[in-house]
Design a protein around this ligand. Sequence first.
Ligand SMILES: C[S@@+](CC[C@H](N)C(=O)[O-])C[C@H]1O[C@@H](n2cnc3c(N)ncnc32)[C@H](O)[C@@H]1O
Length: 299
Amino acid sequence: MEDCTSEGIDPLSMDTWDAFDSIEYVERNYGGMILPEDEEIIRTVITGLELLGVSPTSLERVADIGSGPNFYPAMLLASLLKPDNKMDLIEYAQPNIDFMRVLLSEGDHIYKNINKVGIEQSIDTHYPWGKFDALIADIGGKNFQDTFNRARIASRSIKGNIHELPKFWYDLVSSYFVAESITTDETECVQAISSVVQAVRPGGWFIFAVMVGSKGYPAGENTHFPAANLSVEDFRRIFTSISGIEYELIPTSVSNEKLREGYHGMAVILGTRINSQNPHPAQSEESMHQIHHPVHPSI
Ligand SMILES: C[S@@+](CC[C@H](N)C(=O)[O-])C[C@H]1O[C@@H](n2cnc3c(N)ncnc32)[C@H](O)[C@@H]1O
């Protein structure tokens, strides 16, 4: 997710979620070449899931929170779901819900909107994901084939709020660029992270991708959305303060200077909610350590 600087922007002048332009956002972030950061996130997640002992086609309840119009997190989750089970794509902003419902529906998959400055736009909601399907298959091997179609069949788009998730419900929850990218307020960000973690059953897993040092971002012409400006150390402090979890935080390399001034990279946080009945499940300390230092196959 592309970042931008927002020095001097009055928080009251931030846009409401109804102004989120899913077309501009998805085209800029996911429509062209896959960003090196997204590739690194995908590689880290696939490696981490294996090290954490999450078996393919083993989970019954999974969710991606704040999906927006980004479908690659759902594609990663699709390979973990038991056949015929559903996954929840929970999103707050109506434009993103509409985008996702067009992507998941039969028909021509064309989503249309009118942007903030009155321009009519349209997009084929399927076109960005073919290259992600190929990359995920390449990195993940036989268990991660055909994830676009598998995710389309398994996903349901649900209107919801990160702060109102069911507790102890999911086997695994992911959330990419949401907790820190919906508010400038660290306390609200921490509440959102805690809510996602609490939605996981004991012994289950969570995946976060976060923007580091973000000052906000656009989603459409003449729009500005908020972010909590947090460092890697801030995220470590926040996750360490949450009781009953084990986690690893893996910063991505800051490889794309074009993402602009003020950009400080991204990080993946992978972890588990400790099961007090069985406090040392598959994810031993050694496997947590290996997530941090994965052996990347060369491509
Ligand atoms: C920066 S975007 C990230 C979108 C997507 N996950 C991605 O990876 O590109 C932040 C997302 O959080 C959603 N959002 C905002 N408030 C929310 C809330 N209270 N609960 C859940 N999602 C929310 C926005 O609509 C938007 O889709």
